[in-house]
Design a protein around this ligand. Structure first.
Ligand code: APR
Length: 238
């Protein structure tokens, strides 16, 4: 199968925490920076991990527990439907580490910040599924060492898949953002390269809206109807 970065998708759909908010998964910024009285940046940064690996493992165990009880919402389902209808025209890229798009039936999701349902072996680099279980007492299925960690990119680490995002953004004709504040990725700059672009958040976000042709300030499960219509019309008429 052709490398994802080599494919020339016509539509790039980039999602953030807002896509999964209506499934009950809090966005990091909802906690006003706190999680069980820990500073989220602490728990999600390399320094915090070095200082207290147990606390960080516990944080991700709790998020897996939450994810087990969450369900895909209608925005996940519609994105999965679009991807099935236009597999070679639409790239589904997300900053989210949840598996709700996959559970909605979406193949080929590109996770820029890793995946909560996997663990990574620090000895041999193997990435293996843990599902919604705790990482306690797990060992690498390949080298059988127990030097393992969450498969989620932390602040202070590089995100290798940004390269793929760049490639896809270069050739896409339509750029759509669903549920992201743009505090981590330069979505405004990315949008400025496109003639067709939509941003969907609950409210205007620190000036990024101005870079998009259209801004929809509604919950993703409502906005997805407009977005889906625009994408189908674009792909079927141009
Ligand atoms: N529908 C649409 N948008 C929503 C909804 C909703 N139901 N609920 C919240 N939003 C929007 C908010 O308006 C906000 O702009 O989703 C956005 C969430 O922004 P963030 O919490 O900053 O999430 P995100 O942009 O994904 O963060 C990027 O930063 O926290 C780190 O690595 C983490 O991947 C994450 C990255």
């Amino acid at each position: 199968m052709m490398e994802q970065s080599k494919k020339r998708y016509r539509v790039l759909i980039l999602s953030g925490a807002g896509l999964s908010a209506e499934s009950g998964l809090k966005t990091f910024r909802d906690h006003d920076g706190l999680w069980e009285n820990h500073n989220v940046m602490e728990v999600c940064s390399v320094d915090g991990f070095r200082r207290d690996p147990k606390l960080v493992a516990n944080f991700y165990d709790k998020r897996r527990e939450e994810l087990k009880n969450a369900e895909p919402n209608s925005a996940h389902l519609e994105l999965a439907k679009l991807k099935r209808e236009f597999p070679d025209d639409i790239a589904i890229v997300t900053q989210n580490v949840d598996d709700l798009l996959e559970r909605a039936g979406c193949d080929e999701v590109i996770h820029l910040h890793g995946t909560l349902v996997d663990l990574r072996c620090e000895s041999c680099g193997e990435i293996f599924r843990v599902g919604y279980e705790s990482q306690n007492s797990k060992e690498c299925p390949k080298c059988h060492r127990d030097y393992i960690r969450h498969n989620v990119v932390m602040f202070g680490e590089s995100a290798p898949k940004y390269q793929i995002l760049d490639e896809i953004n270069r050739y896409a004709e339509y750029f759509i953002v669903i549920g992201s504040s743009g505090q981590v990725l330069p979505i405004g700059l990315m949008a400025s390269f496109h003639e067709h672009s939509i941003i969907n958040n609950l409210y205007p976000e620190n000036g990024v809206d101005d870079y998009f042709k259209k801004a929809i300030h509604k919950p993703a499960t409502e906005a997805i109807k407009d977005i889906s219509m625009e994408i189908r019309e674009f792909l079927l008429t141009t």
